[in-house]
Design a protein around this ligand. Structure first.
Ligand SMILES: Nc1ncnc2c1ncn2[C@@H]1O[C@H](COP(=O)(O)OP(=O)(O)OP(=O)(O)O)[C@@H](O)[C@H]1O
Length: 360
């Protein structure tokens, strides 16, 4: 990649006998918003710590703009980190917190003042320089932490679950602000979250992780529409995942019937998993859709109903619909061939658990 800023080559990290990163390979392109997404304990923070230089890889290479930086001390790396708990200095005011990194670099007072004011302006805190940290809301403290990181003009900003302490509404607002800030600054952001909605909303590129591995990387749309396996399909939004068998190109069998799909290139009779998103299903009269299901539960959510149902093979179906049904009712489900996504390779959570055990 011509514009690569960070690259991991077969990076492994173990603590004693426990492997927490397993052959991690990726390239990060300059100027984009990347997200590491995965459940708690999958190794996201460890990747950030390796990039920042707070921890060493057990094996493999870490490159910054094409140069190996495995041995480079943290303070010589052109990256800054925004931590989950902000890590602000409580005895310094807002201005002093942001200025701290510049002061230890012995930059002139005038330059510091200009840079700090510019950083505070970028995070919409221009009038807050004299405030004590204890006088700020959570969202404002988060902005100070971001200003303190960007004032150093890093090439890469690492953000470790920076929004997790905020309430739902503020969190949504900050997602938009961070996205805007990244675009305005044009520096690379590497953002860590376990919240799939946040990852889809903010990122240019997502790395979906589980159990120390990157399972899939791609744009939010790619990952949502073309999940590579069961874990990704399930983790990114809600999915109906039904076992099936590829009959031939463009024809898949599930629920005891053949369906047209847009997938080809698999072996005849290959076992597959069929994914259809709940919002792609329409509820229609019984026998007028492709699959009939019996409604098991129905929840009203304001904008729609979240319905769960089962088909004659006892596959579970989740449907988001504006149409009200009733428990026990048999309805038809209609969908288009392009709403069917076929996954040829699947690894269930049980498989993952089994793989995890091999680490121990
Ligand atoms: N210093 C350490 N010593 C031993 N094990 C560690 C250490 N740091 C992390 N781990 C383990 O490494 C694994 C990955 O941790 P990491 O913090 O990278 O996960 P994460 O995906 O960021 O999780 P979370 O979302 O909970 O922060 C976990 O099982 C964790 O317990």
């Amino acid at each position: 990649m011509a514009n690569s800023v960070i690259e991991f080559r077969q990076v492994n990290k173990s603590f004693d006998e426990t492997k927490v990163l397993d052959e991690i390979d990726f390239e990060i392109e300059a100027g984009k918003f990347y997200t590491l997404l995965g459940p708690s304990g999958c190794g996201k923070t460890t990747i950030l710590r390796l990039i920042a230089g707070f921890a060493d890889a057990t094996s493999g290479d870490i490159l910054f703009e094409g140069q190996k930086i495995n041995e480079l001390p943290a303070n010589e790396r052109q990256v800054n980190t925004v931590f989950q708990d902000y890590a602000l200095f409580p005895h310094l005011n807002v201005f002093e917190n942001v200025a701290f990194g510049l002061e230890i670099r012995k930059i002139s007072k005038t330059e510091i003042k200009t840079a700090v004011n510019e950083a505070l302006k970028l995070v919409h805190l221009s009038d807050y320089g004299n405030r004590e940290i204890s006088e700020l809301s959570g969202g404002q403290q988060q902005r100070v932490a971001i200003a303190r990181a960007i004032v150093n003009e890093p090439k890469v900003l690492l953000l470790d679950e920076p929004l997790s302490a905020l309430d739902h509404k503020l969190r949504k607002e900050m997602q938009g602000e961070l996205r805007d800030l990244q675009r305005r600054l044009g520096i690379t952001f590497i953002f860590v979250t376990h919240d799939q909605e946040e990852a889809l909303a903010m990122s240019d590129q997502i790395f979906v992780m589980n159990a120390g591995k990157i399972l899939q990387s791609g744009s939010p749309v790619d990952i949502y529409d073309e999940p590579i396996n069961h874990f990704v399909a399930d983790f990114i939004g809600e999915s109906n995942i039904v076992p099936g068998k590829m009959q031939r190109d463009y024809v898949v069998n599930f629920d005891g019937q053949d369906f047209s799909c847009v997938d080809a290139g698999m072996k005849p009779n290959e076992a597959v998993e069929v994914v259809i998103r709940p919002e792609d299903l329409d509820i229609v009269a019984v026998d007028t859709g492709q699959v009939n299901v019996t409604v098991d539960t129905q929840l009203f959510r304001g904008v729609d109903y979240q319905i769960s149902a089962h088909d004659k093979m006892n596959n579970e179906w989740k449907i988001n619909s504006i149409h009200k049904t009733s428990v026990g009712q048999i309805v038809g489900l209609a969908f288009e061939p392009e709403d069917i996504h076929i996954m040829r390779y699947h690894e269930t959570e049980d498989d993952f658990d089994a793989r995890l055990e091999t680490y121990e």
